[in-house]
Design a protein around this ligand. Structure first.
Ligand code: ADP
Length: 439
């Protein structure tokens, strides 16, 4: 049993993990950079340690500082949250080598899945359909030309170590292929210190549908249904919902089965997500996120499963306390990500309330939103018996939200939620770019 967790993160996910710890009777210890000493997670946690100056490269991304903090505070486990070092095999290994429990899958599994080319290979081996593409990394432009011709344009060049939509280039004709490979590779080298790129058939306006799982160390894997994350801007998710309007029962069953097969073939423990693109009724494996995701609360609302609690339990060595047959998806849930467009001090903050509402945030009046980190400041979620009820509630909730001192994308979110195309349920990943053009 885990007694004490060091939370190696910040912002809303840190608050989320502190809350789970409180409910489980686990001591929570926050780390913080000099810019975060007044953060809500630090206020709420049982204890806190400063790990360095504001830039993440000197604090949240320093394995040594984080592990020293855990040892100093006598923690027995580290929760990495999302982003930062949550998918760093080096950090996961260092945590285990220090005799601490890593709340995530084993380092070697993270390493394998972090290479999207390798991850795709393991999906093929597990019998999961993948997007047609280059057989491994692109090593030679002439060869890439041949492969692209065979697949047919458009194609997409993607970074093997990519994340956050970086290092991706859509290519519509052979003339642009060489340049796109160079640009994507340079971007990937800068962002991930790995210029390796691969190529896939570019699917026009597909749906992004992902499946959440929990796995224990006894070989049990349970999936918790899907989330639809097709509303994206520049390949970054903005609105997530469950269930997906694009998934029928047959596809749902196939995706669930494929997801469980893949995770069972891996040495996997904890929470994880498999991302698919859905195109003309067929799902195609895209990648695995070997950590909890920002949008996990959507699934919590429709299944009643506390994903962070279960993640902590299975990583602490417990067996999953439920089986696939115990999981029921009921009703509808949606999340709108509220992003800050500018840093600044919060002068007024009144979070919405009422039935079927959940706000995961770290804001409070007087809080200074720092320019150093991610722009996500609040996740606003609503639940309804069906999609229209959930979305009408979201419209009310976004109206009710009072957030002053910074500018956010709240108005844009309202426009999405009420857009007739979004309401119709028939849209793809290109939807937002289309309505941006209209506006
Ligand atoms: P990241 O890890 O950077 O988020 P992903 O591989 O998850 O990258 O892709 C992010 C988004 O990019 C997807 O949700 C989708 O909108 C788009 N995308 C990626 N690959 C393809 C593809 N082969 N065809 C069409 N869109 C794609």
């Amino acid at each position: 049993m885990i007694q004490s967790i060091l939370i190696a993160n910040r912002g809303e996910i840190a608050v989320r993990v502190v809350r789970a710890c409180k409910e489980m009777g686990i001591r929570s210890v926050m780390v913080y950079s000099e810019a975060d000493k007044d953060s809500l997670a630090v206020r709420m946690a049982d204890d806190a340690v400063c790990i360095g100056p504001a830039p993440a490269s000197e604090s949240y991304l320093k394995p040594k500082n984080l592990i020293s903090a855990a040892v100093l505070k006598r923690c027995d486990a580290i929760h990495p949250g999302v982003g930062f070092l949550s998918e760093s095999p080096g950090f996961a290994k260092a945590v285990a080598d220090a005799g601490l429990i890593w709340i995530g899958p084993p380092a070697a599994t993270i390493g394998m899945l972090g290479d999207k080319v390798e991850a795709k290979r393991s999906a093929i081996e597990a019998g999961v359909p993948v997007i047609p593409g280059s057989d491994g990394p692109i090593t030679d432009v002439a060869d890439a030309r041949k492969q692209a011709k065979k697949m047919g344009y458009p194609v997409i060049v993607k970074a093997a170590s990519g994340g956050g939509g970086k290092g991706m280039r859509i290519v519509r004709s052979e003339d642009d292929l060489e340049g796109a490979i160079k640009i994507a590779s340079n971007e990937a080298e800068k962002a991930f210190s790995d210029g390796t790129v691969y190529m896939e058939k570019y699917l026009e306006n597909p749906r992004h549908v992902e499946v959440q799982i929990l796995a224990d160390s006894y070989g049990n894997v349970v999936h918790l249904g899907e989330r639809d994350c097709s509303v994206q801007f520049k390949h970054q998710k903005l609105v997530e919902e469950s269930p997906s309007t694009a998934v029928d029962e047959k596809t749902r069953a196939k995706m669930g089965k494929d997801t469980v097969s893949l995770f069972k073939s891996l040495d996997y423990v904890g929470a994880g997500t498999i991302e698919f693109l859905l195109y003309e009724g067929q799902h195609y494996f895209m990648e695995v996120n070997a950590r909890v995701q920002v949008e996990h609360p959507v699934t919590e609302l429709v299944t009643g499963i506390d994903i962070i609690r279960e993640q902590i339990k299975v990583c602490g060595g417990e067996k999953l306390s439920f089986s696939q047959d115990d999981i029921n998806v009921s009703g509808y849930a949606v999340e709108c990500r509220i992003n800050a467009r500018t840093p600044g001090r919060i002068t007024e903050y009144l979070p919405p309330g009422g039935y079927g509402v959940r706000i995961d945030s770290f804001l409070y009046p007087g809080y200074m939103v720092s320019p150093f980190y991610d722009s996500l400041v609040a996740k606003v979620l609503t639940y309804g018996r069906d999609r229209n009820e959930g979305l009408d509630r979201m419209n009310r909730v976004l109206d009710e939200l009072v957030l002053e001192g910074i500018t956010t994308n709240c108005e844009e979110q309202k426009r999405i939620i009420n857009h007739p195309v979004f309401r119709s349920g028939a849209f793809g990943t290109g939807f937002l770019e289309q309505i941006e053009e209209e506006a």
